[in-house]
Design a binder for this molecule. Structure first.
Ligand SMILES: Nc1ncnc2c1ncn2[C@@H]1O[C@H](COP(=O)(O)OP(=O)(O)O)[C@@H](O)[C@H]1O
Ligand SMILES: [Mg+2]
Length: 302
């Protein structure tokens, strides 16, 4: 059973003078009651995709099903059952910890102070209950943002870069919290991150997103197996080589006269690649190296 199904999802941001394609043909299935990670560099489309799944935006094309409901037609049904927390602090800055949680639970029509008290306790915010949001430390702000995402007892929680900007020990505690909450409550968590280690620690399945496309998806082990096979061919050439599309090339990276091609198999692609590059200049050097998950992600995140 899946919590979320995306079929050929496109998102184009349109303004008077420009168009920006943020997602192009995303197909994705997110299983129930697990932690799913959406991993990718800045500008990849993570926030856009999570916002569509959380019904905060409407896709330009394609279908999104959340908990069995259509994200456009059954938006109200979905909103009751989900919640979202973003790493960009966005609570009401002049309200205290208690007031913020109370305010948001009232927005959900829940007039139960017990829930607020439980959340304050669960997120270890007792000491700060009467402190205004803007006076909290970044770590406590993040805790409060996370706490707020649980006011309506959601089945599905979206976390958009939950540990962004936190010191490593604070980030670590928050990750542990996310992990234990997911286990205890048996909910589905979809989180975005650009930290490989965060995805590795928390997520049962991971999708890599880059330039609006899902480029790989699977369990950590599957991804490693899949990506391990990929080789990096670096070619040094004495001229500028235009962009090209070649079979089996997963990604191209440019650094001056150095071109790096991430390929499924160096053995089968090297000859064609070298031939193609040689059309534009003289090849000075070629090197081949096997890449691992961390490598691929570091390249994606550049
Ligand atoms: N409201 C918007 N209007 C126009 N372009 C946008 C808007 N929001 C995001 N974008 C663009 O869409 C792309 C994806 O952005 P986003 O989903 O925020 O990526 P990420 O969360 O992975 O950093 C980026 O190129 C970004 O500049
Ligand atoms: Mg984002």
């Amino acid at each position: 059973m899946h919590s979320i199904v995306c079929e050929d999802v496109w998102m184009v941001y349109r303004s008077m003078f420009s168009e920006k394609v943020a997602l192009s043909g995303v197909d994705l299935k997110i299983p129930k009651n697990k932690i799913f990670g959406l991993l990718g560099p800045n500008g990849a489309g993570k926030t856009t995709l999570i916002s569509l799944m959380a019904t905060l935006l409407r896709q330009t094309k394609g279908r999104i099903e959340v908990l069995g409901y259509d994200a456009i037609k059954d938006l109200k049904e979905i909103r009751k059952r989900i919640n979202i927390a973003s790493g960009n602090p966005n609570l009401i800055w002049s309200l205290t910890v208690y007031e913020n949680l109370r305010y948001y639970s009232l927005l959900y029509g829940l007039n139960d102070r017990k829930v607020v008290e439980q959340l304050i306790k669960e997120f270890e915010l007792e000491e700060f209950r009467n402190v205004e949001f803007n006076r909290l430390s970044t770590g406590n702000k993040q805790k409060l943002i996370l706490a707020r995402a649980f006011v309506n007892d959601p089945e599905l929680v979206f976390l958009d870069e939950p540990t962004k900007g936190l010191d490593p020990p604070v980030a670590k505690r928050l990750r542990e919290k996310i992990q234990s909450l997911q286990k205890d409550l048996g909910i589905t968590v979809v989180l975005t991150t650009h930290y490989m280690s965060e995805a590795e620690m928390l997520c049962d399945r991971i999708a890599f997103i880059n330039r609006g496309k899902i480029v790989a998806e699977g369990t950590k082990e599957e991804l490693k197996r899949m990506l391990k096979m990929r080789d990096k061919i670096t070619i040094e050439v004495d001229a500028k080589v235009p962009e090209m599309k070649l079979d089996g090339v997963f990604m191209v990276e440019r650094d001056g006269n150095l071109l790096s091609f991430y390929v499924d198999s160096a053995e089968s692609r090297l000859w064609d690649l070298a031939k193609e590059v040689a059309k534009f200049g003289r090849i000075k050097n070629i090197s081949v190296k096997e890449v691992d998950l961390e490598d691929v992600f570091n390249e994606l995140a550049k």
